[in-house]
Design a protein. Structure first.
Length: 281
C-alpha cells in the first residue's frame, strides 16, 4: 500500500466462517484509513444461494431504519487505536478500479460487479480501467495459497503475521485518506479459488467498504456490513447507505451533526432513486 506520514490504516478481513475482522493500527508512513424486482449482474444469478437470498430480501425500510444503519456504518470504526474517526470518509472524485490477476473469469465477474454498483449509486462515478496508473482502487486477485504472501507485500511481514495469527482471512481491503477525509487510494485483495459465493460476497463487501462505510455493526440485520450477514450481491438496504454517503450534500469530513442537518432532504431524494432503479412500489 502506498502511504504518507501521520495517519492510520484500517484493514477489513473475511474468514471462511464469515466473521469480518476490522483492525486499525498506527502507521509510520501513511495518511490512511485502512459499505419491486432487483436486477442483479448476470453472473451472480447463476449461483442458487445468491438468487434465493434475492428472492427473500427485505426491500421496504422506514426512515429510521435507514438512518440508523447509515450512521452506524459511515462513522467510526470497530477499533480506535489510531484515534477517533468520527467524520465522513469518501471519494470526492471519480473512482477507477484496476483488476490485477490472471483469472479472466474473475476479472469479468469483477467488471460486472463494478458496473452493477455504478448503476445503483446515483452520484458515484465508478468504472474499471485497464491501466493501473489510471486507477485509485487496486483489486489484487490471488490464489488462496498466495494470500499470506500478498498481504505481506501490501502491509509488511510483521503485520501479515499478526493478521494470520488473528484469523485466516479470505479477503481484505483498506484505504488511504487525506487530511480532508477524502479517500485517495484503496487496495482490495480477493481470493479467486474459494468458490463463486465467497468471491461475490467478498467482492461486493470489500469494494463497497473501500468506498468509505468501514464500520461493522451487528445491530443492523439488513446490511452486509454486519459480521453475521452474507449477501453475494448489492442489496437494497446497502444501496440506501451508499447513495446517502455519495450524495454531494454529504461531504468528506462532515461530523454527525453536520450530516443530520442535511439528511432529511438527502433521504427524500435517495428514496426516489433507489425506488426507481429497483422497481419498488
Amino acid at each position: 500500500m502506498r502511504a504518507r506520514a501521520d495517519c492510520c490504516s484500517v484493514i477489513w478481513m473475511r474468514t471462511p466462517r464469515r466473521f469480518l475482522y476490522q483492525w486499525t493500527f498506527a502507521a509510520t508512513l501513511g495518511a490512511a484509513t485502512l459499505g419491486g424486482t432487483w436486477a442483479p449482474c448476470a453472473a451472480s444469478t447463476e449461483i442458487a444461494s445468491i438468487a434465493q437470498r434475492q428472492r427473500n430480501e427485505k426491500k421496504i425500510f422506514t426512515d429510521s431504519e435507514i438512518v440508523e444503519g447509515f450512521f452506524k456504518t459511515a462513522f467510526g470504526a470497530e477499533y480506535h487505536l489510531a484515534g477517533r474517526v468520527d467524520r465522513i470518509r469518501k471519494y470526492s472524485g471519480p473512482v477507477r478500479v484496476f483488476a490485477d490477476g490472471t483469472r479472466a473469469d474473475r476479472k469479468a465477474q469483477l467488471s460486472k460487479i463494478v458496473a452493477d454498483i455504478a448503476s445503483r449509486v446515483q452520484h458515484l462515478d465508478i468504472a474499471m480501467v485497464s491501466d493501473i496508473d489510471d486507477a485509485n482502487v487496486q483489486v489484487k486477485l490471488v490464489r488462496d495459497r498466495d494470500l499470506q504472501r500478498t498481504i505481506a507485500t501490501f502491509y509488511g511481514s510483521e503485520r501479515a503475521k499478526e493478521i494470520r495469527s488473528s484469523l485466516d482471512p479470505q479477503c481484505l481491503s483498506g484505504f488511504r485518506k487525506n487530511e480532508k477525509f477524502e479517500i485517495e487510494h484503496s487496495d482490495v485483495i480477493l481470493t479467486v479459488d474459494n468458490g463463486d459465493f465467497v468471491f461475490f460476497d467478498c467482492a461486493y463487501e470489500e469494494l463497497l467498504q473501500s468506498l468509505g462505510p468501514i464500520n461493522d455493526t451487528e445491530s443492523v440485520p439488513w446490511t452486509m456490513f454486519n459480521d453475521n450477514v452474507s449477501m453475494g450481491y448489492f442489496d437494497v438496504y446497502d444501496q440506501y447507505l451508499l447513495n446517502l454517503l455519495y450524495d454531494p450534500r454529504v461531504r468528506p469530513g462532515m461530523t454527525v451533526q453536520e450530516v443530520k442537518a442535511v439528511l432529511p432532504d438527502v433521504l427524500t431524494d435517495v428514496r426516489a432513486w433507489v425506488r426507481k432503479v429497483n422497481n419498488l412500489p
